[in-house]
Design a protein around this ligand. Sequence first.
Ligand SMILES: [Zn+2]
Length: 115
Amino acid sequence: MADTNCLVREGQNSCVVKCIHCESRVLSPQSATFLSQSHALPTPTQPKDQPSPNTEDLGEWWVVDDMFTFDNIGFSHTVGSTKYLVCADCERGPVGWHDNTTKKSYVALARVKHT
Ligand SMILES: [Zn+2]
């Protein structure tokens, strides 16, 4: 679990959110809202040749209401109404997911770094 005290200010991100693997900037400070809610996300590395992906439950998210709020973000695959978010530069992830129904995006604090 991330140390959220230094990351959350008045319910929003107080730091720049970046990709863990490269220096690609995902979100600017004060652009996303903190959400504490358990949701499953596929793990970054998946064993080959299995019917459904391994997932892990993550509990801390940055909620982004509008895709244009992102500095950089990429999409990987879509499952139903869910699009998975990856780094726009190195395409690693998923770092979160996008709900096609509500148009909201959720970035896992555990899958990004904060600087
Ligand atoms: Zn990256």
